[in-house]
Design a binder for this molecule. Structure first.
Ligand code: GTR
Length: 417
């Protein structure tokens, strides 16, 4: 008898959640290396001196520095539909390019704004599958860019097919967001740089480097996460010019590797008034000094192109790194930040994600603001926090309506007029 498909799918989903062998999942063995000191004095000194120092430490050691002088972006609104999603929203496509850097093919932003709001606060985030995967509307242009080969996701010869429409829509509940009065701006992360070891050669990084595709990346120079974060800031640039968006109320959001990206974008660009990390894990919100789930050694071996080369030198020696994730969270202060984990996502070290929020909270206290507000990681499905929000949702590594409900509540609370 053949195994029914749903059983096979259930089995492969269960397998995906199985802890990987040789990786520590024992809380007793996480290690006890002390975290680098935030060196808190006053709010003023934090803003003037310590924050810039820590930002530079992240450039030098983790993500690399975003080069200066890339040039001004150009925005072209290529299509507008005023009755999108059954009349709920206006949908626009905006092509962002760099006239001084023609080698970069540019990025296509999809923007949904609620029709019943004059200038809406906006969530800004990159997708894994492209605009046509985020939306279920059949007239969204199919991305023509390079994508990771995937039978399961119907990516054929590295390109999206019709069957990939809407495949990421569960992670982007557009109607739910728009009905709450928020706008959504998104683009495919591969528009900025394809996500593989040589992807930079066809992406932004080669286009802006003097040596182009022959560049040898040096310590402190940017990696793919830096390039993707740059793309988020260019979307923010455009949003300042669109009257249907409230450019002073932008929340940057991302999942997993794009959650790391969202944290780094929020750290560098203070126009993101709320920063959201969904299951960002190692190299994101999870404390790197905790040996639990993915480690610096594992991530720098699997994905060296995401980071500056220096980061590799902390493989197996996270204690030598002058920063840890609580300092990345602290870079958002005093702006509200939300960190989310998923109960089955041990790979991302849920407790390490909570602790970075907890240990960043004293920075908020300098500004008279309350951070995560609890000492212990809260029970499953129990959101906590004031300026540092946190929850650990039931289920796997993903973005769900539960996650979005918390983000919408968080943004509504902080941006209540
Ligand atoms: C994993 C990686 C994680 C996370 C994830 C994702 O393979 O180990 O750090 O970034 O990919 O982005 O889906």
């Amino acid at each position: 008898m053949r195994t029914p498909l749903f059983l096979l799918l259930a089995a492969s989903a269960a397998l995906a959640q199985t802890p990987r062998p040789g990786v520590n999942y024992d809380e007793a063995k996480v290690g006890s290396d002390p975290l680098p000191d935030l060196k808190l004095t006053t709010a003023e000194e934090w803003t003037q001196k310590r924050r810039p120092e820590i930002l530079k430490l992240f450039e030098d050691n983790v993500y690399g520095k975003t080069p200066a002088g890339i040039g001004a972006p150009k925005f072209e609104v290529t299509a507008t539909k005023t009755d999108a999603l059954g009349g709920l929203a206006t949908r626009k496509f905006i092509h962002i390019s760099l006239p001084d850097r023609p080698a970069w093919p540019g990025m296509d932003v999809m923007l949904y704004t609620p029709n019943n709001v004059k200038a809406a606060p906006c969530f800004v985030g990159l997708s894994f599958g492209g605009n046509h995967a985020v939306s279920t509307e059949p007239d969204v242009p199919l991305s023509t860019r390079w994508m990771r080969e995937s039978k399961e996701k119907n990516i054929v010869e590295h390109h999206a097919t019709e069957a990939t429409r809407g495949t990421e829509s569960s992670r982007w509940p557009l109607e739910m967001i728009l009905k709450r009065g928020f706008a959504v701006a998104t683009a495919y992360y591969g528009d900025i740089e394809p996500d593989h070891a040589d992807g930079w050669k066809e992406g932004l990084r080669a286009a802006v480097s003097k040596e182009g595709a022959n560049t040898v990346w040096k310590d402190g120079e940017w990696g793919a996460i830096g390039a993707w974060a740059w793309g988020l800031s260019r979307i923010a640039d455009y949003l300042q010019t669109d009257p249907q968006v409230d450019g002073r109320h932008l929340a940057v959001i991302g999942h997993s590797r794009l959650g790391k990206t969202s944290l780094w974008a929020g750290a560098q660009d203070e126009r993101f008034g709320i920063v959201i990390s969904n299951d960002s894990g190692e190299g994101g919100a999870a404390l790197m000094r905790r040996d639990f789930g993915e480690t610096t050694a594992i991530i720098t071996k699997a994905f060296p192109h995401w980071f500056t080369p220096t980061y590799k030198s902390f493989a197996g020696n996270a204690a030598a790194c002058p920063v840890d994730a609580h300092m990345l969270i602290a870079l958002a202060a005093p702006r509200p930040i939300y960190i989310a984990s998923a109960g089955e996502d041990h790979w991302a070290d849920q407790k390490g994600e909570f602790l970075s929020g907890k240990f960043a909270s004293p920075v908020y206290a300098l500004f008279g603001k309350k951070g995560v507000g609890v000492e212990e990681q809260p029970a499953i499905d129990t959101p906590v926090g004031d300026f540092v929000g946190y929850h650990n949702r039931t289920g796997k590594h993903d973005v769900t309506d539960y996650d979005w409900t918390q983000y919408l509540n968080f943004a509504a609370r902080h941006w209540a007029k």
